[in-house]
Write a protein that binds this ligand. Structure first.
Ligand SMILES: [Zn+2]
Length: 306
């Protein structure tokens, strides 16, 4: 479980403020009325950042799956159960992303679970009825997440509503600018090169919104295989479309895409972020920066300006 630095500071500030009345273990419940804001836990770092932008200084946001790991098949540990139990609410993506959700719910007392992707038009996994869960990869879906988050936070902490709404509005403004920037940027890619080749076929929402086809070695990480049949299928597509670039995610075993690259003669043009924000120093530590990085990487790779 990771906690955002700013919230450590905020929490420390609250502790100092409450020191006289006693702030620390065992006092949490007694001080509930005095402490402002909410304690939210969420499943993975990308939602963690979105929620953090809305909560601002008013509360604490934690996430479970560490950066660098993917959230599909994570194995929750006892401290995760404890952390969710200690939270006011547990926000999840849903759409089948958190396959380990039941384990947390079974082990984490009565903390309410809220699905913050509610309202998004689902795109099914190839050949299945189940939705692809990676809706966040298109910033056009961010407004659903943000609205669900703000609505729930405001119900839980009505005194904070104005603050949450103001934070959300400013954040959505930034996301709108990001969306417009991507719309313009993708025009640099020749139309017949607008195909994103990646290990996990996670960019369907992005592809639909910005006019790209998407092809993965495998469909979703929870089915991850990387068989020679899957690899050969992809190589055929790459050669047929004469694509200039391949991409690989920060959270997968990159050897499969390296095999595709070696056998197709097409370079991996860059690493993109799908299931986690970037590590400290990556330049993709936030949702906005990771989406921007992804779009830039696709455009540079596929327009040959890499
Ligand atoms: Zn994924």
């Amino acid at each position: 479980m990771k906690t955002f630095k700013r919230n450590f500071i905020t929490l420390a500030g609250i502790c100092v403020a409450l020191l006289i009345s006693g702030c620390g273990e065992g006092n949490e419940q007694g001080n509930e009325e005095e402490s402002e804001g909410v304690h939210v836990t969420t499943s993975f770092s990308i939602l963690g950042d979105m929620i953090e932008q809305v909560v601002g200084d008013r509360g604490q946001v934690d996430y479970i799956v560490p950066i660098g790991e993917e959230p599909h098949e994570y194995e929750p540990v006892p401290s995760d159960f404890r952390n969710v139990s200690d939270s006011d609410v547990f926000y999840v993506n849903g759409m089948g992303l958190e396959e380990w959700l039941e384990k947390v719910v079974d082990n984490a007392s009565d903390t309410p679970v809220v699905t913050v992707s509610e309202g998004i038009t689902e795109i099914p996994l190839e050949g299945e009825e189940a939705p692809d869960p990676h809706a966040w990869l298109s910033p056009k879906n961010a407004s659903y997440y943000i609205e669900n988050i703000v609505t729930d936070l405001s119900e839980r902490d009505p005194d904070g509503e104005d603050e949450y709404r103001a934070n959300a509005e400013a954040y959505l403004e930034e996301i709108k600018e990001l969306d417009q920037w991507i719309e313009e940027k993708v025009q640099d890619v020749p139309e017949d090169k607008r195909t994103i080749v990646i290990s996990e076929n996670a960019f369907k929402y992005f592809g639909e919104d910005y006019g790209f086809e998407t092809e993965g070695i495998w469909e979703i990480n929870s089915h991850e295989e990387g068989t020679s049949g899957q690899i050969n299928r992809l190589i055929d597509i790459i050669q047929e479309k004469d694509l200039p670039a391949l991409f690989v995610e920060s959270t997968v075993d990159q050897r499969y895409m390296e095999t595709v690259s070696d056998n197709s003669g097409v370079d991996i043009a860059g690493e993109v972020f799908t299931d986690a924000v970037g590590e400290e120093g990556s330049g993709a530590e936030t949702y906005i920066d990771m989406i921007k990085h992804n779009a830039e990487t696709f455009v540079n790779g596929l327009s040959g300006t890499n």
